[in-house]
Write a protein that binds this ligand. Sequence first.
Ligand code: CAA
Length: 240
Amino acid sequence: MSRVALVTGGTRGIGKAISLALKNAGYQVAANYFGNVEAAKKFTEETGIPAYRFDVSNFSECQAGVKVVAGDLGPIEIVVNNAGITRDAPLHKMSYEQWEQVIHTNLTSCFNMARSVIDTMRDMGFGRIVNIGSLNGQAGQYGQVNYAAAKSGIHGFTKALAQEGAAKGITVNAIAPGYVDTEMVLAVPAEVLKKIVAKIPAGRLGHAEDIARGVLFLVADDADFITGSTISINGGHHMY
Ligand code: CAA
């Protein structure tokens, strides 16, 4: 049987490309979503990949969601923590809610998901966890103290859990995408985005498929010696 993978935020943007790449490589894929019900419906119709609605910022919803997916497809062997939001504002204009939403959705979600699958992965002696960080967690970004803190936290989370998982066949890695042509990035004001793209040596925004390629590499069975690492996929924008 092919391995079971769960991708959070897996029906749109980078997550959609990851779900599809995993399916095309022969994995059994479950895509989580929360906000956009219409997009998830369309995604399942188009791809045949089942979509599961739960809020990754909520621990008990993650535990319940993982149970349902495992009941449908089998024990989850691969988790891609991709779900994320932005609530950009300079700190002097940022509300506590903007801070809290981003920290819980982007960072606490990694705990919620990993904690919900880790016991089974340890019992199986196999697991692959890939956390989607960000260039902006590595380098910082004006208007993103919340997002940069959460994404930077993901990189620390990855290295700590990698140490815990290594002896149990569980690898934990991160990918740090740069600016990718998803709805999230295209929401950045055009004149700001133009200045950002001018700083990318590759001369273009990334595509979601550029990130999915990295995930496929990290989840492979024979990637078992790669753990605690971060792969930057950013067109040379920032070399960490
Ligand atoms: N560095 C220094 N100063 C900057 C700046 C920057 N990068 N960006 C804006 N400023 C300055 C402006 O020049 C302006 O200065 P003055 O008042 O002296 O003219 C001041 O900050 C206010 O700028 P705005 O009028 O733009 O302020 P705002 O409150 O309306 O908007 C903002 C601020 C929401 C942060 C807006 O600048 C913005 O959206 N920036 C882009 C943030 C960004 O890159 N987000 C990434 C989203 S995609 C993503 O996160 C995915 C990923 O992982 C890569």
